[in-house]
Design a protein around this ligand. Sequence first.
Ligand SMILES: [Zn+2]
Length: 227
Amino acid sequence: MKFPQGLLKGIISGIVLAGILLTVRLSAEETVLEKVEKDKSQEPPQVALTFDDGPHSVYTPILLDGLKERGIKATFFLMGKNIQGKEDIVKRMAEEGHLIGNHTYSHVQLSRLPMEKAREEVEKTNEEIYEITGEYPVYLRPPYGDWKKDMEKSLEMLPIFWDIDPLDWGRGDTAGIVSSIEGKIEDGSIILLHDCYDSSVKAALQVADDLTKAGYELVTADKLIVD
Ligand SMILES: [Zn+2]
């Protein structure tokens, strides 16, 4: 007996449709939105967007515009050598309420340097920032996360690390960066990004919108570190 073509097609598209619906339902259940709704009675969960390696003359202002539009404060760990010629951008960060931290002068691995040289990397950057904002940074993001406990005393800075690293610098795909962040997000998360790529800035703003919608509060990173 020949199976009627129309019926076969109908069955196949029915199966496909059921598959799609199931997939949609499953992924909807996993969105950040659902996750937070369960904790509505408690304090809103807080997360911090942090940006390393800037300022960048093109992408940092775009990011600042986006953050301003949304009323969000972020954290910028600046490289001293990137500041010259971009003083206005640094000034704007401070004026718009963002937290400015130190990311060394030339992106060095601090523990590999003699202490005197390591201090120079940190102090030169602090001076550059102080000259623009009138405030010395208190926090430092050690490049590569390379940090030893005794550096808090010898460098007189407090380190801020991260728990979510979407490896945005090598990817270029905004959607991939967004899902890599949102898949790991939890109360207290510190997200590491770089404000020197178009895809990173787009991803940051997308994440900001998604998390805000889901009930998260976006704060500067100093609010999330425990002494
Ligand atoms: Zn860096």
